[in-house]
Design a protein around this ligand. Structure first.
Ligand code: ATP
Ligand code: MG
Length: 421
């Protein structure tokens, strides 16, 4: 992609109303554009990041046998009346009337719809287990939208729903999702902290949140420092709890191992037994022809919140530092002297060669050297190839690592072979 074709409206100044680093940087680097309180358009850089995150999630969901679907964002109120949540959900639910005065809503979550699909098609125990998931927009009319996309009203969520024949199976499913979530967050360059949680409005009896430690997080976590060296299958046991759940009298965390920190909730999984299958009369027949209400769980990841969480975890005073797996481009090429023949010729040669195998953003804009370097650091692509007049005369370019700041000099052929596989 040529930067002259690319739409990344970067800002020089930090917007005054943005309080945390990720929100400031998302605005400054031209990732998002606010359209109403808690409602944002995702511009090209952020769209590319979201799609990378989604790809990692899909790959890991495939591995545990979850089926990707699209439920609908607009849902009939009747479905939610069946479960009893149409009233219970309260003011966070955006309620809509259609032209015939029918009651609809914009999805804040999809347990009812997943259960409805299940009861329409699945009749036998032989078809279990089944897991469906989607990555789709949600709307919750949050009382205090804030910190940019961290707590938006419209946000992108991965939400999954599982149906199992009995508790033993359901527990296995829950554990497989738990481990899959650890993998996903690690692939995104994060260190997830699984936390025993209250199951809140969704209700139920087993629940974990996945938190990313960050000073700007809205949750307070009490955790055992030993969790960072625990094995994945040990992590489901109590190493960490949210503040509502922490009680020093009953806590299983040894006092000398206790740490308290703020966290960003990036995922939340629930087991809630037959809450929806029973209330919505979704059942299968077992071997003896008896009605069985499947045991269900639901599994959420805040995909749009993750973009902000990744930035909170990975930035410096110059800008964003994308982990390679989610970076909008793998490498950026900075032609510092676009009026110089040699620089143009070299840059084009590098761009043509690398673009066959890596996503590359070629900054061919006619702006000052200072602006170009500052924008590259702000946008945060992990590798920068810098073509400057003096080096170009000797067929040399510089390769800068955004994270470490290390710069190495290389010939044009060395650079190309470094990126072309
Ligand atoms: P929170 O406690 O942050 O309000 P929640 O517990 O209501 O979230 P869940 O129903 O568990 O949210 O949703 C699954 C995931 O979706 C959360 O772990 C979070 O990462 C994300 N999420 C929830 N609400 C928002 C929001 N308003 N903006 C952005 N992401 C959100
Ligand atoms: Mg939650």
């Amino acid at each position: 992609m040529l930067f002259t074709d690319f739409f990344a409206p970067t800002l020089k100044d930090t917007p005054a109303d943005a309080k945390i680093a990720s929100h400031q940087l998302m605005l400054r680097a031209g990732l998002i554009s606010q359209t109403a309180s808690g409602i944002y358009c995702w511009l090209p850089l952020a769209t590319r990041v979201i799609e990378k995150i989604a790809k990692v999630i899909c790959e890991e969901q495939d591995r545990i046998g979850a089926n990707k679907v699209y439920f609908t964002t607009v849902q009939p109120a009747e479905l939610w009346m069946e479960s009893g949540r149409y009233e219970a959900y309260g003011k966070e639910m955006l309620r809509i009337k259609d032209r015939k005065d029918g009651n609809f809503l914009y999805s804040p979550t999809n347990e009812e719809q997943a259960t409805d699909i299940f009861r329409k098609y699945v009749k036998s125990y032989k078809n279990l287990p089944i897991m469906l998931y989607q990555i789709h927009w949600k709307f919750r009319d949050e009382i205090r939208p804030r910190f940019g996309v961290m707590r938006g009203r419209e946000f992108l969520m991965k939400d999954g729903y599982s149906f199992d024949i009995d508790f033993e199976q359901a527990k296995k499913t829950y554990q497989s999702v738990f481990k899959s979530y650890l993998k996903i967050f690690r692939r995104l360059g994060l260190v997830p902290v699984p936390v025993q949680a209250d199951s809140g409005a969704i209700g139920g009896n087993m629940s974990h949140e996945f938190q990313i430690l960050a000073n700007t997080g809205e949750s307070t976590l009490y955790y055992d420092k030993g969790l960072f060296s625990a094995r994945d299958d040990e992590l489901m046991n109590i190493f960490a709890v949210t503040d509502e759940k922490y009680d020093p009298k009953t806590s299983k965390i040894p006092e000398n191992e206790l740490a308290i920190s703020k966290g960003i909730e990036v995922g939340h999984i629930f087991y809630f037994d037959t809450k929806y299958s029973e209330s919505m009369n979704a059942f299968v027949l077992n071997e003896k022809g008896e009605k069985i209400f499947p045991k269900m769980g639901s599994y959420g990841i805040g995909v749009s919140r993750l973009v902000a969480a990744i930035i909170e975890a990975s930035h410096d005073d110059r800008g964003i530092i994308w982990p390679e797996t989610v970076s909008p481009f793998y490498v950026t090429l900075l032609n510092l002297h676009t009026r110089n023949e040699k620089c143009n010729e070299m840059s084009l040669k590098i761009y043509d060669a690398i673009s066959t195998s890596k996503e590359i953003l070629y900054d061919n804009r006619e702006i000052t050297v200072g602006e170009k370097l500052a924008d590259a650091d702000l946008i945060g692509i992990p590798w920068q190839i810098i073509v400057g007049q003096k080096n170009a005369e000797n067929n040399i370019v510089e390769l800068k690592n955004r994270k470490t700041g290390d710069i190495v000099r290389a010939s044009i052929n060395e650079i190309i072979s470094r990126f072309v596989v």
